[in-house]
Write a protein of this length. Structure first.
Length: 182
């Protein structure tokens, strides 16, 4: 007769199921993207006349836009800056009255902020401080949690160690909510 998954060792069953899940999710993702592209104008038209967006379309829209943002932000630690298309995707969701759940991106954003702070610590130039400030402000605009308290602690340590660079560091201090005086 035909073999079933129960005839396989546990590790092999997991491998087979993981492959089936991956293939199924790829098909579903393609379907969601197609539904979004076909329904995008309708969703915007509904919003324009203040009509409710059907929950099925809202669900697909949120999912597709969250996946787009995730794809755009995956290389963030290497980029060191949030691409403008991330703000465009989140802006589109907000214009439609939808809230994206970007909290799963916390670790990516936290790592990116850590790297820009490393660069600031290595050489506290105005450009590096601007990049760090822009990244933190961008994470806030997107409502992505990034570890504000840990970032403040890291910055304050840098502030204490680099007295010579305090004028350069001041904009970053302000962004992080410090009022450190002159």
């Amino acid at each position: 007769g035909l073999a079933s998954l129960s005839h396989l060792f546990l590790d092999e069953r997991r491998r087979v199921l993981a492959e089936v899940i991956r293939a199924t999710l790829e098909k579903l993702e393609a379907t969601y993207r197609r539904i979004w592209e076909e329904g995008r104008k309708l969703v915007h038209d509904l919003r324009e006349v203040d009509a409710p967006i059907p929950e099925a379309l809202a669900l697909v829209t949120r999912h597709v836009l969250e996946q787009q943002v995730t794809g755009f932000l995956e290389p963030l630690p290497e980029l060191g800056a949030i691409p403008e298309r991330v703000f465009a995707a989140v802006g589109e969701a907000r214009a439609l009255g939808l809230t994206l759940d970007l909290s799963p991106l916390r670790s990516v954003v936290h790592e990116a902020i850590g790297r820009v702070l490393d660069a600031v610590a290595e050489e506290p130039s105005g450009e590096r401080v601007r990049r760090a400030t822009a990244l933190i402000e961008g994470a806030r605009r997107l409502d992505i949690p990034y570890g504000h308290w840990a970032t403040q602690n890291r910055f304050f340590q840098l502030w204490r160690e680099r007295r010579d660079a305090r004028d350069t560091l001041r904009p970053l201090a302000t962004t992080l909510g410090f009022n450190l005086g002159a």
